[in-house]
Design a protein around this ligand. Sequence first.
Ligand SMILES: Cc1cc2nc3c(=O)[nH]c(=O)nc-3n(C[C@H](O)[C@H](O)[C@H](O)COP(=O)(O)OP(=O)(O)OC[C@H]3O[C@@H](n4cnc5c(N)ncnc54)[C@H](O)[C@@H]3O)c2cc1C
Length: 508
Amino acid sequence: MLPKRTKLKNLPHHVDMLAIGGGITGAGVALLAAQQGLRVLLVEQKDYAWGTSSRSSKMVHGGLRYLAQGAVGLTRESLREREILINELPGLVQRHSYLFPVYKKQFPGRWAMGAALTLYDWFAGVRDHQWLPLKKLQQQLPFMAVHKMNGAMRYTDAATDDSRLVLRVLQEACAEGATVMNYVQARRIEARKSTDGNIGHSEVTLVDALSQEERVITANHVVNATGTWADELSATAPKIRPLRGSHLIFAAHKLPVNYALSLLHPVDKRLIFVFPWYGHTVVGTTDLDHTQPKFEEAYAEQEEIDYLLQLIKTRFPHCNIGYTDIISSQAGVRPIIRSGKDIKPSEEDRGHLVWQAPGRITVSGGKLTTFRIMGLDVLLAAGLINKHEYKKQYRRKTLFSHAVAWPAGLGHLDVAQPITPADAATLQAWWHWAIHKEQVVHLDDLMLRRTHIGNVTADGGLALLTTHQHWLTEQLSWNSAQWESEIERYKNIWQTYYQPKLNNCVGG
Ligand SMILES: Cc1cc2nc3c(=O)[nH]c(=O)nc-3n(C[C@H](O)[C@H](O)[C@H](O)COP(=O)(O)OP(=O)(O)OC[C@H]3O[C@@H](n4cnc5c(N)ncnc54)[C@H](O)[C@@H]3O)c2cc1C
């Protein structure tokens, strides 16, 4: 539960740390700093997790692909973090079985995969992979084409709800004393010198997107955790190569998978995931340079939809999947630290970087999975912990110490279970919780990030909203003009960025 959204004028004039960006990186920084006893403020220009952190492949994982690329350190670190999160956040970060089909005369074969997974498991401190012979695989996945397939390696990783993971980290940060505010943009950061000529503190201009109110606050440490937008506030030469990745969401009965599958795309042999999520099936992702307008939400382009459908049609020919089966798409932009080399998007390193300029520390790159390490690296760079303390914290196996309440009657959040509530009372109980306890400002916050009804319902949940209009307006204290403008805003967002673009499509 988050405290009620406050007003800029109620914020303290000075804080120990200001974290800019309400994605997983900023949330992680805020939590670790608050756990150090610092007075922390986090601001997010839109909604929490509005950026990349609600558009991932929903995995808390080591990354088999990164291991194959030789990024052993990143894989090892991510697997350690995976295990911590699985242990600490049951339901929200769920251990899950993944299958990697192995084909005749194609690399990697059974033994190479077995060796890689032995190492993968060893890094994580678990022993959980096995060979599934073809017959067994066919029983488990009757709809998958098994032509030239030998069988599959089953291994373990974890599935999550990325935007709720961000909320959970923010809730923990608030329980440790942090203040968080969405729809507040940091416009300008200025380093101020102290009397001895060193940088004493920073002044940051904040603007509330709802009231247009402006306020300057000062902070001893300012952390720019704005992901893809990090170059805007870093005051250094640009470092980010924005790479877009898109996913498609299908009804589970159209594309039934009870395992998450790691499949090689028939054209370029890139790894694509087909995985169950909240009772639906998600397919992704693509990986290409992002050239859409930088400050708008990203969307899946026609060529990406075609590319992902090509995989589905090849691997699941009997499911007869076509464009009209896509419930929604979701695109996110990876904040990749540019290598400067002329290499393909998928070859760029997925690690993170912390760098400094007067009055600010910037952190970007990395993964959802490694947010705790990114936060620790920031504390070290800020001089808030020394190397000894860093090592001690790095080895810690716990992060969360506050329980989080959940609406009565809703059971536990479980990414493996269908998300759409079966009846109106349950739906309203959930919405009520989100509206009153999780700083919902707009309908898209409610539909796309607190609940995912907008992602898994064919019309984005617009019909459902209309059915519950009276109740929702009461809960949100909106008059009819506000409701109309909110519905229009949500419809526009959903149709522009989440509804699959069906023009010029080939086939059915
Ligand atoms: C397609 C795809 C799949 C992925 N899959 C996985 C996966 O399965 N597992 C995994 O571990 N990682 C995955 N990742 C990587 C992971 O999602 C990202 O590394 C992570 O979400 C980045 O988080 P962030 O907080 O740095 O950035 P963001 O989530 O983008 O957060 C930055 C925030 O800063 C805000 N902001 C920007 N400017 C300002 C400003 N001036 N003032 C205030 N706020 C501002 C933005 O609105 C934004 O919300 C994936 C990434 C993509 C794109």
